[in-house]
Design a binder for this molecule. Structure first.
Ligand SMILES: *Cc1c(COP(=O)(O)O)cnc(C)c1O
Length: 356
C-alpha cells in the first residue's frame, strides 16, 4: 500500500533523493565503495560538500559575505552556539513555542535575555505582533515556523537589530531575504535531509564581537575556516541534502516551492474549515504552510482515535498531533505532493460521511 508520510521530522524526502542516496550507500560515484565508508577528506566527498554549499547559496540567493556550514548537534546545539558567538550583553527572544523557549533558556547562561513577546498563555496558537525590540540588543531571535503548534512567520521581519532565525522546519519553502539576518540555522531533518546534519548560514562580519573565549568546536569561525571539515562532518546527510537541493533547483527554486506550499496548505485548511468534524488550532493569519494542526470539533472529540485508525488504514502516516496540542498534525514539507494532500482530504471526507 502506498504510504503518505506526514511525519513532522525526520520526515518525507523526495523519492529520487532517497533512491540516489540508496545507490550511493551501495556504490558511491562508481568508486566501488559505499559513501558510508569513504573519507570525508576524499576528493569525491569534497565535491559533494562544495556543491551542497554552492546550491545553498544559489537557491537562497545568499549575498556575498555570508558562509554556509554543516555541523552536527542539531538545531538544539545551535540554541547554545548562538549566544556563545553573538550575545555580548543582552539578546531579545520572541517566544512562539517550545523550541523558541529552549533557545531562550540557553541564552540566559550568557547574558541578559529579553522576551519581547510570548503567546504561551494561548498555548502558542498565534504569532505575537506589535511588540517593540530594545534597540541595544545584540540580536533578536525568532523561530520562523513553530513545528509543534503550526504557526509560521511567513515574511522576513523588518527590525532595526541583528536578526537570527531558527528555520528548521520551513527552510527552502519560500524565498528568504538573507541580508536581513546575521544567522539562519536549522536541523536538516525537516525539509532537507535525513537526521544528523545542521545547517548554519552566518554573516561573516557579525562574528568576533563577543569578549568571551569560545570553545573551538562551538566557535562558528572554526567551522567557516575549515569548510565544515574541522572534524568529521555528517557525510551521508550532507550528500542527501545536496540531492534535495538539486531537486529544488530542477523544479524551479524557491518561488516554485512557495507556490506548491501555498496550494497544498490552502487545500488542506480549506477542508479543515469546511468539514464539520474538524477544526484548526492556529490563528488563521498565522497558519503554517508546513505543519497543519487540527483537532476534532468538541462534539466529535471521541472520534479522534477512530480517525487516526481510519486514516492509518488508508496509508496515512505521522498524523498524530504533538502531545502538547493533541489531535492531528499533517506536515506538508516540500516533498509532499498535492496528490498526497488530496488523499488525506479524501479520508477526511469519507470519515465525515460515515459520521453524519
Ligand atoms: C525540530 C526542531 C528543532 C530541534 O531540532 P534538533 O535538530 O532535533 O535539535 C528546533 N527548532 C525547530 C523549529 C524544530 O522544528
Amino acid at each position: 500500500m502506498k504510504k503518505y508520510n506526514f511525519n513532522a521530522g525526520p520526515s518525507v524526502l523526495p523519492r529520487e533523493v532517497i533512491e540516489e542516496t540508496a545507490k550511493a550507500v551501495l556504490d558511491f560515484n562508481g568508486s566501488g565503495l559505499s559513501i558510508l565508508e569513504i573519507s570525508h577528506r576524499s576528493k569525491d566527498f569534497q565535491a559533494v560538500m562544495d556543491e551542497a554549499v554552492a546550491l545553498f547559496k544559489e537557491i537562497l540567493h545568499i549575498p556575498e559575505g555570508y558562509s554556509v556550514v554543516f555541523l552536527g548537534g542539531g538545531a538544539s546545539l545551535e540554541f547554545c552556539m548562538i549566544p556563545y558567538n553573538f550575545l555580548e550583553k543582552r539578546a531579545a527572544y520572541l517566544n512562539t513555542g517550545v523550541w523558541a523557549k529552549k533557545a531562550m533558556k540557553e541564552a540566559k547562561n550568557f547574558g541578559e535575555t529579553i522576551e519581547v513577546a510570548s503567546s504561551a498563555d494561548a498555548n502558542y496558537t498565534f504569532i505575537p505582533k506589535g511588540y517593540t525590540v530594545p534597540s541595544d540588543v545584540d540580536y533578536l531571535h525568532i523561530t520562523t515556523n513553530n513545528t509543534i503548534y503550526g504557526t509560521e512567520i511567513k515574511e522576513d521581519l523588518n527590525v532595526d537589530v541583528p536578526l537570527i532565525a531558527d528555520m528548521s522546519s520551513d527552510i527552502f519553502s519560500r524565498p528568504v531575504d538573507v541580508s536581513k539576518y546575521i544567522c539562519i540555522y536549522g536541523g536538516a531533518q525537516k525539509n532537507l535531509a535525513p537526521a544528523g546534519a545542521t545547517f548554519v548560514i552566518i554573516k561573516n562580519d557579525a562574528l568576533g564581537k563577543v569578549s568571551r573565549t569560545i570553545p573551538t568546536m562551538l566557535n562558528y569561525q572554526t567551522h567557516i575556516d575549515n569548510g565544515s571539515m574541522f572534524n568529521t562532518p555528517p557525510v551521508l546527510p550532507i550528500y542527501s541534502a545536496m540531492l534535495t537541493l538539486r531537486w529544488i533547483k530542477k523544479l524551479g527554486g524557491l518561488h516554485v516551492m512557495e507556490q506548491r506550499a501555498i496550494e497544498k496548505a490552502n487545500m488542506l485548511y480549506g477542508e479543515i474549515d469546511r468539514n464539520k468534524l474538524f477544526v484548526g488550532t492556529a490563528a488563521k493569519e498565522d497558519r503554517s504552510r508546513m505543519n497543519i494542526c487540527f483537532v476534532m470539533q468538541p462534539e466529535y472529540k471521541d472520534l479522534e482515535a477512530d480517525f487516526l485508525k481510519f486514516a492509518g488504514e488508508r496509508g496515512m502516516v505521522g498524523l498524530k498531533g504533538h502531545r502538547s496540542v493533541g489531535g492531528f498534525r499533517a506536515s506538508c514539507y516540500n516533498a509532499i505532493e498535492k496528490e498526497d494532500v488530496q488523499a488525506l482530504i479524501d479520508c477526511m471526507q469519507e470519515f465525515e460521511k460515515m459520521h453524519s
